[in-house]
Each structure stands twice: as structure tokens, then as C-alpha cells.
Design a binder for this molecule. Structure first.
Ligand SMILES: [Zn+2]
Length: 459
């Protein structure tokens, strides 16, 4: 998952305050080993039970394809030191991409990348990188996208620009293995692909698997894909994203985005009847972490989407996000759930709908970025006046429709200046205050000139 600005410093501070001695670490490893073995027995038992209860069902077939051993192997390889944290454009990331391509090939999927290969190539900071793309063909030309980001933040010293958070317990370890973030989701995706390919039957719609690069640099791989889609976006009926799915309480998982697509929300609950995870599927609100992974770029293109995540932890973006902390049985469960859901959406006659999520920011359709005091001073603002830079604008949303541009600095709503303190909060309040169908005067500074535009909100 992409690091939210400012979070690194807070986490680093919290971690400094946390102490742990060696015997506690050993005890935890021992405890982990014991839990692993019980998990494994439980998962094998559930597999047997499911296939016995539902012989010949897709659930039984999926359960048979996805095994605990194979899930463990995948996450351990992707999070191994040899891959050096899979930084975008690095050899380690490429090795991970090649591994995934080999797996997709062995499942009999169709390579749909550049020149008929498995990679959709693109560049980040002059370094070559790639999204890995594989298609399970369907009966029609529509697809369901299953996504996960394969990149992480690499190796070296911690730093706010690298996305690496220091952890005093890491000692000399400088490899950010990213076992949970996001070897876990990538591993789940590969197993979903394996299970659906093994069904040996074309679903109504195809399933397009994409392992994005550049997620940690700002959702770049999914943005690249959406600017260069392999299947036209109007033929893309849904997107299911898996990012950080191997930690926290056993069998618990959040599924975010049901507010944007009630049908997908219901579909995941239906699919879960056979799996029995404890899902949290909020339908009347959406936490802002929804904006921090690749489903958000699909959401911005009005594609119904869901975000599977088991949430944050103190090893997040530190050198301690290791494979031995991963709950392998959880990846297995989530992969089974994901496979069943992807199949359900691919087979459903109805396409899921897309609705805007209120209160997430996209009401206006912008990504606001706070500015430092010195920058505000340079713009000629008064001591108590604040400003917010527009870092991106969404197509077909009020801000862009009104002619606002990336780089514009919003300083006032309806003539009322934004305050210097808590600027972002005031910005959000000003937007949410407007009723559906209403309008608002927005004053911005563009290239040192002030201008005011009228923003018209949707009914
Ligand atoms: Zn991350």
C-alpha cells in the first residue's frame, strides 16, 4: 500500500518508543511456528470438508487448486532477500515479474502484453519497468480485472522519499522485503489465476490479471494501464484489488468500495458463504485508505471496484515486513474468496453499477495537497490564510469540468479564504457543505494570477 504523507514520521516516532528484547522475539517465532502447523491442519481439513460437501462445485475445485504449501512458497519467494525489496525498475522486481509470468504460462493463460508477451512495459525515472498481464479468455469481449501490486520500496536507508520507515528493531537489516506489502496480494492473485484456469471452462466474461509496478511511487502502474488499456475501459466491468492480505487477526479481512458498487458488495458476501471469513464490508462509508492503492485509479475511471486488505501493522514499510510473520492460511482463504468472487462477477448477466463515494474527496474530483508556510508566503497570502494545491483532477468531475487545472492553488470558497491552520480539513468541509446540484465559487492562484471559477456539483 502506498504510504500516506506524514505517516512515516509518526510511525517512526511510535516505533522508537516501542522496546522489545531478544527473548520476546524468540518466543514470538516459536509461537508462530506452532500457529503455522495448526493453521495448516485447519486449512487442509476445511478443504476436505468443502469438497465433500460440494462435490463438483466451483468452490470445491477452487479449494483443491489453492493449497497452503503453494501459497507459502509464493510469498516466501517474493519476499526473499534475493529480490531486494522489489523496487520499481530494479532487477529484484523484474525477477518477481518473470516468476509470475512463468506461473501464468504454466496455467495456460494468454499473454496480452507488448509484442504478445507477458509484460506491459513502461518507464519510471528512466528505469524500465513493467506490469505483468495475463488473460483468462471468456465467451464475450468483456473482462473483470484482478489486480495487485508486485513492487515494494527496495533496499537501503530509510527515508521519507523512498517510502522506507525506520524501525529500531531492524538492526542492520536494510532490505524492505514487503512480505505483506505486497507479496501477499501478488501471491493471492497468482493463486486466483491458477484456480480459475484449472476450472477448464471459459466464463462468460474474461478475467484479466494485472500485477502492477510503481504502486509505491504513487499508483503509477495502474495509472499507466488505464492510459493504455489492453481491454477497452467500457468493456471492463469491475476491478478487484488485493493489497496487504496476510496479517492481523485470523480470518478477518476488510473489503472496501461496496459504497461505489452495491452489487459487488453483495457478491462478495455471497461468495463468502462458502469460505466463512469474517468480512468487514462497509456500505455507507469508505475509509480514506481506499485512495491509497490501485483500485482507486480504476474508481476514478468509473469502474466498479473492491479493495481487499487485512490492514496496517507496525512492520508496515519497515525492514521487518518479513515472510515469517505472514498468516499463510489467510492468503489461501482470501485467494479462494477472490477466485469465487471473480468467477461470480464474470458469470453474472448484470454488470455491477458504479456510484460516486461521498465524503472521499472525489465529490469535487481532486487530490488536494497541503502547502508549506514558506510556499504560502511566496504566493503573497496573509499570515492566517492557507492554500491547497490540486495534485490531480478526475475526468468528468466538477473541478475539471469547471476548468480547474493541476497545479492550481485553491485559496477560497465563495470568497471565504481557507485558514492557515487545518487547511485540508477546512477544504474538505467547504466541499462537503455544498448540496447535490448546488454550485460554489472557487478562487485559485494559477501562475501567480488569481482567478475565480464557478463549480457546478452533480445532482
Ligand atoms: Zn506499501
Amino acid at each position: 500500500m502506498r504510504l500516506a504523507a506524514g505517516l512515516a514520521a509518526v510511525l517512526a516516532f511510535a516505533l522508537q518508543a516501542r522496546a522489545e528484547n531478544l527473548s520476546e522475539r524468540l518466543a514470538r517465532r516459536l509461537d508462530k511456528a506452532v500457529r503455522d502447523s495448526s493453521q495448516r491442519t485447519e486449512s487442509e481439513f476445511r478443504e476436505l470438508l468443502a469438497s465433500g460437501l460440494h462435490p463438483g462445485s466451483p468452490l470445491a475445485a477452487i479449494r483443491k487448486s489453492i493449497t497452503w504449501d503453494s501459497c507459502r512458497e509464493g510469498v516466501e519467494f517474493l519476499a526473499s532477500d534475493a529480490l531486494l525489496g522489489r523496487d520499481t525498475g530494479s532487477d529484484g522486481h523484474r525477477a518477481a515479474a518473470e516468476w509470475a509470468a512463468k506461473r501464468f504460462e504454466s496455467f495456460g493463460l494468454k499473454p496480452v502484453g507488448d509484442d504478445g508477451g507477458w509484460f506491459q512495459n513502461w518507464k519510471w525515472a528512466r528505469r524500465k519497468t513493467m506490469n505483468v498481464v495475463a488473460l483468462l479468455e471468456g465467451e464475450t469481449d468483456e473482462v473483470v480485472v484482478v489486480g495487485a501490486h508486485l513492487d515494494h520500496v527496495g533496499h537501503g536507508d530509510p527515508g521519507i522519499f523512498s517510502g522506507r520507515i525506520p524501525n529500531p528493531l531492524a538492526g542492520e537489516d536494510r532490505i524492505y522485503n514487503g512480505a505483506d506489502d505486497n507479496a501477499s496480494g501478488s501471491d493471492a492473485l497468482v493463486h486466483i489465476a491458477q484456480a480459475l484456469a484449472a476450472l477448464g471452462k471459459k466464463p462468460r466474461r474474461g478475467v484479466l490479471f494485472i500485477l502492477f509496478s510503481g504502486e509505491e511511487k504513487g499508483l503509477l502502474g495502474s495509472s499507466h494501464y488505464l492510459a493504455n488499456p489492453i481491454v477497452p475501459l467500457e468493456k471492463t466491468v469491475a476491478m478487484l484489488n488485493f493489497d496487504m492480505v496476510g496479517r492481523n487477526k485470523d480470518r478477518e479481512c476488510a473489503v472496501l468500495g461496496a459504497q461505489c458498487s452495491p452489487e459487488l458488495g453483495r457478491a462478495v458476501l455471497r461468495a463468502n458463504r462458502g469460505i466463512g471469513m469474517k468480512l468487514e464490508v462497509p456500505t455507507d462509508s469508505t475509509p480514506t485508505i481506499f485512495m491509497q492503492s490501485d483500485q482507486f485509479t480504476f474508481y476514478q475511471k468509473r469502474i466498479p471496484c473492491l479493495f481487499f486488505t487485512t490492514g496496517g501493522h507496525t512492520e508496515y514499510h519497515t525492514a521487518l515486513d518479513h515472510a515469517d510473520r505472514i498468516n499463510v492460511g489467510k492468503i489461501e482463504d482470501i485467494a479462494e474468496l477472490g477466485a469465487l468472487l471473480a468467477l461470480g462477477v464474470a458469470e453474472d448477466r448484470q454488470r455491477p453499477t458504479w456510484l460516486p463515494i461521498s465524503g472521499l474527496g472525489p465529490k469535487l474530483g481532486v487530490t488536494p495537497q497541503p502547502l508549506a508556510g514558506a510556499q504560502l508566503q511566496a504566493l503573497g497570502l496573509k499570515e492566517n490564510e492557507g492554500g491547497v494545491r490540486l495534485a490531480s483532477l478526475m475526468d468528468n468531475f466538477p473541478a475539471k469540468n469547471a476548468g480547474l487545472q493541476v497545479g492550481d492553488i485553491v485559496i477560497a470558497f465563495d470568497g471565504k479564504p481557507l485558514p492557515r491552520e487545518n487547511t485540508l480539513e477546512a477544504f474538505r468541509k467547504a466541499i462537503t457543505k455544498v448540496k447535490a446540484g448546488g454550485s460554489q465559487e472557487v478562487t485559485v492562484i494559477r501562475n501567480t494570477k488569481r482567478l475565480t471559477v464557478t463549480v457546478q456539483y452533480e445532482k
